[in-house]
Design a protein around this ligand. Structure first.
Ligand SMILES: Nc1ncnc2c1ncn2[C@@H]1O[C@H](COP(=O)(O)OP(=O)(O)OP(=O)(O)O)[C@@H](O)[C@H]1O
Ligand SMILES: [Mg+2]
Length: 395
């Protein structure tokens, strides 16, 4: 069918044609917005889950809800590399300066806003070298120590009166939370903690891999109680079917029930797979109907695409020793493996595997669902690793 009309959206953070199965989270965020309007304190939300389940899409959805409520919105993303860490800090400073402009409205600038912008300027000068393009002097001695934990706190403290004056909230959206460098992460958590105690209108809203709750708690033990942690996972069967059927219906296209069942089953309800298979089946179908034969061919094409992009992206970053570790994990049919069994398969003591395991966790390929267990962060990665191991044997 016409590829230019293909409604499906396989990709990182790409908004799906219909956002299904997430109304509980969308409502929870609406409640946060409503409470903040009344200056009522709430626990903020942190999303966690496997790769490709729709965390970024949901975070973006929250962001537009916040934007519509007139909040000051800042977006950053954790990045592992040293250069990436600097980029995250710079971006934070720049986005804060841009967001703070929203405080300027009308001709007169209140004292609270003037002071807030002054501090934003000194923070920007310290961390990002960005100006505000308005004639406001930086406030000496505020948010300019160079220590991010102190400066971020002073910044939010000085923004609070201006935000309250205009009934706004400052929202910091942080994706890939597990990759935020420890210094900045500790600063973010500590500001959220302080904001709750002092009733500053500030919320840190985050998303990341399944290890995020544990990572935050390791950074600051009170982080456990700081957030409403929500696990984002695969979609239940009915929602998964809706994700495929509704966009097609809108274009006057129908799915044969057997075709639909096949794609829903094979995807196990994982949003990224639904979009990938849906897009491939659509392209292969003729007329205004997706048949079982189209679905079968769509799965084959979809799998080839996944094998060319989604999976190897992670595999490529693993060293030979780390790959051996992944291959040893893939012997298990269960979603997670015992670390001592994996070591046994590799014929070494568990301690000898800890470096590879640690690196794989840092790279976001695996995570520890509980002590002594290890699992893939990427759904269906196990099967890919097995195929890869067989290819390597042939080579
Ligand atoms: N609720 C949903 N219904 C249908 N499709 C969805 C839904 N949420 C996300 N998707 C689709 O799933 C794919 C992955 O979404 P997204 O990039 O947000 O996942 P993620 O959890 O952030 O993944 P990663 O951990 O790799 O960053 C996209 O193609 C998106 O269109
Ligand atoms: Mg994401």
């Amino acid at each position: 069918m016409h590829a230019e009309l293909n409604p499906y959206a396989p990709g990182a953070g790409l908004r799906p044609p219909v956002l299904v199965g997430r109304s509980a989270e969308v409502d929870a965020f609406d409640l946060l917005v409503a409470r903040s309007r009344r200056a009522m304190a709430s626990r903020s939300i942190v999303l966690h889950g496997l790769r490709g389940v729709g965390k970024t899409v949901l975070l973006n959805q929250f962001r537009s809800q916040a934007d519509a409520a007139g909040w000051l919105v800042v977006d950053v993303e954790g990045q592992l590399s040293d250069a990436g860490q600097l980029v995250t800090r710079r971006r934070l400073a720049r986005e804060l300066a841009l967001a703070a402009r929203r405080l300027l409205r009308g001709r007169t600038v209140s004292e609270a806003v003037r002071r807030a912008l002054g501090t934003v300027r000194s923070f920007g000068a310290q961390f990002g070298g960005v100006g505000l393009s308005v004639e406001i002097e930086p406030v000496a001695g505020r948010a300019d120590s160079g220590v991010v934990e102190i400066d971020l706190e002073e910044l939010v403290e000085d923004l609070a009166p201006a935000l309250r004056e205009q009934q706004r909230t400052l929202a910091l959206f942080v994706d890939e939370l597990q990759d935020v460098e420890p210094g900045l992460l500790a600063a973010l958590l500590s500001v959220q903690h302080r904001a709750g105690q002092r009733n500053w209108p500030f919320l840190l809203i985050g998303a990341g891999l399944p290890n995020v709750p544990a990572t935050l708690t390791a950074a600051k033990s009170y982080a456990e109680r700081l957030f409403d942690y929500r696990e984002i996972g695969s979609l239940p069967t009915a929602a998964a079917a809706e994700a495929l059927v509704v966009p097609a219906e809108r274009a006057g296209v129908s799915w044969d029930p057997s075709a639909l069942d096949l794609v829903v089953d094979t995807s196990s309800g994982y949003p990224y797979f639904l979009q990938t298979y849906g897009a491939a089946a659509w392209d292969l179908a003729e007329d205004r109907r997706i048949t079982e034969a189209d679905a079968v061919a769509g799965l084959e094409r979809g799998n080839a695409e996944l094998d060319a992009g989604f999976f190897p992206g992670r595999w490529a970053t693993a060293t030979p020793a780390e790959r051996q570790y992944l291959v040893a994990m893939s012997d298990d049919i269960e979603p997670d493996s015992s670390t001592s069994t994996v070591a046994e398969r590799l014929g070494v003591a568990p301690k000898a595997t800890s470096q590879a395991r640690h690196n794989l966790i840092r790279k976001g390929i695996v995570y520890a669902p509980q002590r002594g267990r290890i699992a893939f962060t990427v759904p269906h990665m196990r099967d890919f690793v097995r195929r890869q191991a067989e290819l390597d044997l042939v080579d």
